[in-house]
Design a protein around this ligand. Sequence first.
Ligand SMILES: [Zn+2]
Length: 146
Amino acid sequence: MRPRPSPIVCSPTGSNSLPAEGMTERMRNLDELFAALDRSAFRRRFRLSARDLDYLQDRTLPVVLGHARDFIAQRLAPALPPNDGKQTPFRGHPVFVAQHATATCCRGCLAKWHGIAAGHALDTAEQAHVLAVLERWLRSEQARQS
Ligand SMILES: [Zn+2]
């Protein structure tokens, strides 16, 4: 059984998804990354729904970040993740929304935005980077909407 193809590809081509100039092979500084994400109309349109915020409030951020750690390990960390480019739903969990907002949704976006090359298993530092990015976005979203 093949999964039903998603009608939307998470990493559209075009200027909105291009990283800022000066990106290196190294993992990107978070301030610089968030400034660049904020300049992307595509990334900026991802916001937590009222339901996502309730979920975050009820479960608490540490628990939700535990889910994020699992999603990263299972869906992003393998050298060749299954269904890469379509492995992150657009809704259903606040972390999924955070992943699209921060371009940590697939290995293509991680390479393009975060300077983490595709094709190798993510190491501990790379997984920690993704988690830190998601935490920062979720915190800012909580603050923005509270
Ligand atoms: Zn992606």
